[in-house]
Write a protein that binds this ligand. Structure first.
Ligand code: TMP
Length: 215
């Protein structure tokens, strides 16, 4: 089972996906948490390039190809072998981030991105994608205060620095994807405390994995 977590900056997907990891591991389910960019050796190097100062001069097209390079390597080296071993894979961002950010956000052709994603993942599509949805202002406020706390302003703040309209297009893009394919995507309202949001995430995951919770 391959589950991806998506959403705008500050939506809480990393927190939620790690909470799912903990809960699955507590129940003895073999689970791997990973992310894009940065889930393999190449990805770690691409992440600092893409999200840091060095990435400032990238054209939208070269940025797109770097995310795709990370994806192709990560699928081949990490995700596909884990799935083949029967491990549940939780991935913080995947193909839909490229559609939302480089397509809806940067304005590159969405159908071209879909074709390139298809090549990069080579059949390894998510079974379930949770889109953590919340208003752009709420997400950006969360992301900025987190970055300030972690001193990440320069290292990883390139996307948070974009204007609100950019993030609104991304949110709209995610919602359009979900509307097109309701069997793969579940939109989860992401405002509220982490435990409150988890109360919406966990039942969805349990039902897909056929885990029956004791009341
Ligand atoms: P995050 O790990 O904090 O979500 O940061 C990853 C950043 O990279 C985030 O701003 C979204 C961006 N991104 C893209 O623009 N395209 C992609 O394909 C992926 C995976 C991430």
């Amino acid at each position: 089972m391959f589950i991806t977590f998506e959403g705008i900056e500050g939506c809480g997907k990393s927190t939620q996906s790690r909470m799912v990891l903990d809960h699955l591991q507590q129940r003895g389910v073999s689970t791997l948490w990973t992310r894009q960019p940065g889930g393999c050796h190449l990805g770690v190097r691409l992440r600092s390039l893409l999200l840091g100062r060095e990435g400032e001069g990238l054209t939208p097209l070269s940025e797109l190809f770097l995310y795709l390079a990370d994806r192709a390597q990560h699928v081949a080296q990490v995700i596909r072998p884990a799935l083949a071993a029967g491990t549940v894979v939780l991935c913080d961002r995947f193909t839909d981030s490229t559609v939302a950010y480089q397509g809806y956000g940067r304005g590159l052709d969405v159908s071209l991105i879909h074709q390139l994603n298809t090549v990069a993942v080579d059949g390894c599509w998510p079974d379930l994608t949770l889109i953590l949805d919340l208003p752009v202002e709420t997400g950006l406020a969360r992301a900025r205060s987190r970055n300030a706390d972690q001193g990440q302003t320069e290292a990883e703040g390139r996307f948070e620095a974009e204007e609100a309209a950019f993030h609104q297009r991304i949110r709209d893009g995610y919602l359009a994807l979900a509307a097109e394919n309701p069997s793969r995507y579940i939109v989860i309202p992401a405002d509220g405390a982490p435990e409150e949001v988890f109360g919406r995430v966990w039942p969805t995951v349990c039902s897909r994995l056929e885990i029956i919770e004791q009341q």
